[in-house]
Design a binder for this molecule. Structure first.
Ligand code: GLN
Length: 537
C-alpha cells in the first residue's frame, strides 16, 4: 500500500494555458523517475459529465474503459502516461452536488444544515483522495479546471486549502500555472497579471509552491526575481514554460527546467534516476523528421473546432510518426459537401476519414464522401457514425435500397440498416445512457482487420445508441461488405470491411481513444500505411 502524495494544479490570468499538458508532462517525468502517477481533472461546471455537451463547448468528449464520458484532458493524460484513466479521474461540480443531495435525501446528514463548507468541500476532498486510497499511486496530480477568481472554482480552491493543511507540506503541494504576457510596444514581459492572480489565490488561503509561467520569450533573471519577491515563491520554483512546437516537446522542456526535481524536493521524495525518455525522444524525432507526406480528409460537422476531434488528430500524429509520415489533415465540413462538389473538395486526398457524430446535420455529405472513397478506391476509415454511414451508403448505392438510413436520422425509413439497440428503446434520459466503455470484439479469420490487430479478441471503447441491423447482414455481406468483427456475446456487428477495395474499414467503436505515444493504435498505423501506399502510386 503506497502512501500517496498530492500535487494540485491551478490556473491563473487566462484559460487555455495548457494546464492539462503541464500536468501530463509533470506526471510523465515523475513516472519516468519510478513514481506511479495519475492525474485527475476537477471541472467546475454543473453538468454531471461532458457527455451531454455539444463539442463546440469544450471539444471532444473522451471515453474511458469503464464507460465514463469525460473531459478531453483525460485523453492527454492517457496519451502521455500510457495508462488508462477511469471515472475517478474526472469530477464535475454537478456530480459533487448530485452525490451530496442524494446523501441529504437519504438522511445521512442527520438533520444538519447542508452547506458548501463542510459538506460540498468534504465531498470534493473525498473525490480527490479516491485515487490515492486505492494504494496504487505514489503521486496524484489534481488539475482544477477554470481560472482562479472564477466564482465556480471557489469550493475547489477551498478544498485544496484544507487538504494542503490537513495532509501537511511534505505530502501535498500547489502549482500555479500562469501567463507572463509580452508587450510588444514596450518590448517587455509583464509580471503584474501573475502577481494579481497569486494574490487572489492567497486570499483563498493557498500560497503556490511552484509557479509555471507560460511565456513567448525566455524569462530573464530579473523577471524571476520579481516574481519570487511578489509571489512568495522560491526562485528555483519559478519554472519557465515557453511556447513549444508541439505538445509532445513539453515533457522535455519541463525536464530541462527541472520541474520534476522541484516537485520531488518539495514532496521530500528522492530522485536519482534522471529520465532518459528514450522512446519518447525517438517518437519526437520521427514526428519532426518525416520522410513522406500524406493528406487525409477528416469529414465531420464540428471541423471549425479541431478540439472536437482531438483524439483522432493525436492518433494520426502517433501513427504518422510510426510510419515516418507527416499526416496533413484536410478539415472538411460535411454540410458543405454535395455529390457535385465532392470530386473537387476531396481531390488529391490519400485517405478519407468519416468522423463520429450525432444527429442529421451534414449527414448526406458524409454519405457522399463514403461513396467517393469506395468508388475511387481511396483508403477509407469510418468511425462510429462514419461506419454507420458506410453501411448506409452501401445499402443505398450497391444494394439499391434507395431510402436506406439510420433511424436516428429517419425513424420512418423503409430500410433501417442502422437501428436503435433493443436495450436503448426504453431509455429516456440522455446523459450516460449510451452503450459506453470497453467491449470485446471477435475478429473474423482471414479478414483485413484481424491481420491488422494480429489478435482474435480485441477490447475497444464505444459511445453510441445505434447499431448495424442484423436483419440486413446476409444481404450486405453477399454484396461484398463483410462484417469482420462482432461482439462475441450479442453478435452485434462492430467492424465492416469492403472486399474489393485496397483499404475500406468501418468500426462501430472508437479506436482513437486508445492511441498513445508509446502505443500508436494499430488501426491508425495501418490506415496511414495504406494512405502512404496510395500516395506513392
Ligand atoms: N449517433 C450515432 C449513434 O448514437 C453515432 C455516435 C458516434 O459517432 N459516437 O449510434
Amino acid at each position: 500500500m503506497k502512501k500517496t502524495k498530492y500535487v494540485f494544479v491551478t490556473g491563473g490570468v487566462t484559460s487555455s494555458l495548457g494546464k492539462g499538458i503541464i500536468a501530463a508532462s509533470l506526471a510523465k517525468l515523475l513516472q519516468e523517475r519510478g513514481y506511479s502517477t495519475t492525474i485527475q481533472k476537477l471541472d467546475p461546471y454543473i453538468n454531471i459529465d461532458p457527455g451531454t455537451l455539444n463539442p463546440y463547448e469544450h471539444g471532444e468528449c473522451f471515453v474511458t474503459d469503464d464507460g465514463a464520458e469525460t473531459d478531453l484532458d483525460l485523453g492527454h493524460y492517457e496519451r502521455f502516461l500510457n495508462i488508462p484513466t477511469s471515472q475517478a479521474n474526472n469530477v464535475t461540480t454537478g456530480r459533487i452536488y448530485q452525490s451530496v443531495i442524494n446523501k441529504e435525501r437519504r438522511g445521512e446528514f442527520l438533520g444538519k444544515t447542508v452547506q458548501i463548507i463542510p459538506h460540498i468541500t468534504d465531498e470534493i476532498k473525498n473525490r480527490i483522495q479516491i485515487l490515492g486510497k486505492t494504494g496504487e499511486f505514489d503521486i496524484v496530480i489534481t488539475e482544477i479546471g477554470g481560472t482562479v477568481g472564477d466564482i465556480e472554482s471557489l469550493p475547489y480552491i477551498e478544498s485544496v486549502r484544507q487538504l494542503l493543511w490537513e495532509l501537511g507540506h511534505d505530502n501535498a503541494i500547489s502549482i500555479h500555472l500562469t501567463l507572463i504576457p509580452y508587450l510588444a510596444a514596450a518590448g517587455e514581459l509583464k509580471t503584474k497579471p501573475t502577481q494579481h492572480s497569486v494574490k487572489i489565490l492567497m486570499q483563498s488561503g493557498v500560497s503556490p509552491d511552484v509557479l509555471v509561467c507560460r511565456t513567448e520569450h525566455k524569462l530573464t533573471d530579473s523577471i524571476k526575481n520579481k516574481l519570487a519577491l511578489f509571489c512568495n515563491v522560491q526562485k528555483e520554483a519559478i519554472i519557465e514554460s515557453i511556447d513549444a512546437e508541439t505538445i509532445y516537446d513539453v515533457p522535455l522542456l519541463m525536464l530541462k527546467e527541472k520541474l520534476d526535481e522541484v516537485v520531488l524536493n518539495k514532496l521530500q521524495l528522492p530522485y536519482n534516476n534522471k529520465p532518459s525518455l528514450t522512446s519518447w525522444k525517438d517518437f519526437l524525432s520521427k514526428h519532426k523528421n518525416p520522410k513522406y507526406t500524406v493528406e487525409i480528409g477528416l469529414i465531420g460537422k464540428y471541423v471549425e473546432l479541431h478540439d472536437a476531434y482531438k483524439s483522432i488528430s493525436e492518433a494520426f500524429i502517433h501513427a504518422g510518426a510510426n510510419n515516418e509520415v507527416k499526416v496533413k489533415l484536410r478539415w472538411i465540413h460535411s454540410e458543405g459537401l454535395t455529390p457535385e462538389n465532392v470530386p473537387s473538395k476531396l481531390n488529391g486526398l490519400n485517405g478519407i476519414l468519416v468522423a463520429p457524430g450525432f444527429g442529421g446535420r451534414g449527414i448526406e455529405g458524409k454519405i457522399d464522401a463514403v461513396k467517393f472513397a469506395r468508388e475511387n478506391k481511396i483508403p477509407f476509415l469510418g468511425i462510429c457514425l462514419g461506419m454507420q454511414m458506410a453501411v448506409i451508403e452501401f445499402a443505398r448505392n450497391v444494394l439499391n435500397l434507395k431510402d436506406a438510413f439510420s433511424i436516428e436520422m429517419n425513424p420512418d425509413t423503409p430500410h433501417p440498416v442502422i437501428n436503435l439497440m433493443e436495450e436503448q428503446k426504453t431509455v429516456v434520459n440522455k446523459g450516460g445512457t449510451m452503450r459506453l466503455g470497453s467491449w470485446k470484439c471477435k475478429l473474423e479469420e482471414n479478414s483485413k482487420i484481424k491481420s491488422i490487430y494480429q489478435q482474435e479478441i480485441i477490447d475497444e471503447r464505444h459511445r453510441h445508441r445505434y447499431e448495424f441491423n442484423n436483419a440486413y447482414l446476409s444481404q450486405i455481406e453477399n454484396a461484398g461488405l463483410k462484417a469482420s468483427g462482432k461482439n462475441p456475446k450479442t453478435n452485434l456487428v462492430e467492424v465492416v470491411e469492403l472486399e474489393d477495395h485496397p483499404w475500406f474499414i468501418g468500426v462501430q467503436y472508437h479506436p482513437e481513444y486508445k492511441s498513445t505515444v508509446l502505443n500508436p493504435h494499430p488501426l491508425f498505423v495501418d490506415f496511414v500505411k495504406a494512405t502512404l501506399e496510395h500516395s506513392l502510386t
